[in-house]
Design a protein around this ligand. Structure first.
Ligand code: CAA
Length: 305
């Protein structure tokens, strides 16, 4: 029963972790946000405050509700303290399998027996994650989309052992958060990234082959297909390292060359061009500016007739 979930702990305070904490706190839940560094937690709370300010400015949240929501968030650097009373833990650490397996082994030891262990993984097998715990029936995928306060979808992923009651609880909980849940099975990339990442990878291949420049590829997909962002801008927004690692999971999981990550994507990640988070990807980003400037390395490939 989703009504029995009162205490929620979010592991990780990066983009996804702070977005998920924001939504739970705004919906009245008591949220423990845990990360290994207090500075990261302070930055996350400041980000949540700024994102709530946007809602206050629009009139969809009152100043009092903002203050009350922020007061529901407590930060922790100690995992045992953060999860000791948790009914639900959502892990939102980096997309790295060894890291996630390690976190789930610890969570299984530290959380109360009734606690549901969810992960925001965007591609890693739920069955694999569940298998390192003694409670695989209570392990489930709860995949939020970025920016979490804006995007309506929660992709719920069942591992082979996930109990039907746990799926039903997480489904109703997602609805209580004002989201639209969709339940899928454990297969590489689930549904969202099995379809989104090959689209992004194809855009990178088209750029690498010189079919068109960054602006043309993104404009065609934005204006021709009504996508809110072109695929190259979206790749920068998600993080090129995340896109690369999801393509790698698809490539290995299906054993099919059609999922091989584009060489240009691999090279950019190795060179440290991760997109928005590193300040440069297919575009160059200046803090505080919303202007889209194509990265100098691709600027000469624009077609101006
Ligand atoms: N918190 C709260 N509100 C936010 C926000 C945040 N972090 N970011 C944006 N918003 C709100 C703004 O306040 C604004 O609200 P109103 O329209 O009511 O005024 C609205 O969202 C639009 O924001 P902006 O005007 O700043 O910018 P925009 O119109 O360019 O929209 C966007 C920004 C919502 C991100 C839009 O470009 C978009 O939808 N992009 C695609 C996002 C997407 O595809 N996400 C999924 C990525 S895949 C993923 O996350 C999963 C994975 O596994 C990889």
């Amino acid at each position: 029963m989703s009504e029995n979930l009162k205490n929620v702990t979010i592991i990780g305070s990066g983009t996804m972790g702070n977005g998920i904490s924001h939504v739970f706190a705004q919906c009245g839940f008591s949220v423990n946000m845990m990360d290994i560094k207090q500075e990261a937690l302070n930055k996350a709370v400041a980000t949540i405050g700024k994102n709530m300010d946007r809602l206050v400015a629009k009139g969809s949240l009152t100043e009092e509700d903002k203050t009350a929501s922020l007061a529901r968030i407590t930060t922790y650097t100690d995992m045992a303290e953060a999860v000791k009373n948790a009914d639900l833990v959502i892990e939102a650490a980096s997309e790295n399998i060894d890291l996630k397996l390690n976190i789930f082994r610890q969570l299984d030891e530290l959380c109360p027996a009734h606690c549901i262990l969810a992960t925001n993984t965007s591609s890693i097998s739920l069955t694999r994650i569940g298998s390192v715990t003694k409670r695989p029936g209570k392990v489930i995928g709860m995949h939020f989309m970025n920016p979490v306060p804006v995007m309506k979808l929660v992709e719920i992923i069942n591992g082979y052992a996930t109990e039907a009651e746990v799926t039903s609880t997480i489904y109703h909980l997602s609805e209580r958060l004002g989201k639209v849940p969709c339940v899928v099975n454990d297969y590489p990339g689930f549904i969202s990234n099995r379809i989104l990442m090959p689209l992004i990878n194809e855009a990178v291949l088209a750029l690498q082959e010189g079919v068109a420049g960054v602006t043309e590829i993104d404009t065609i997909m934005k204006l021709g297909m009504a996508h809110p962002m072109g695929p190259l801008q979206l790749a920068d927004f998600i993080g090129l390292d995340t896109c690369y690692s999801i393509m790698h999971v698809l490539h290995m999981g299906f054993g099919n060359q059609k999922y091989a990550p584009a060489t240009l994507l691999a090279n950019m990640v190795q060179a440290g061009y991760m997109g928005v988070k590193s300040g440069e990807g297919f575009y160059k980003y200046t803090p505080g500016s919303k202007e889209l400037i194509v990265s100098a390395r691709f600027a000469s490939k624009q077609w101006k007739i």
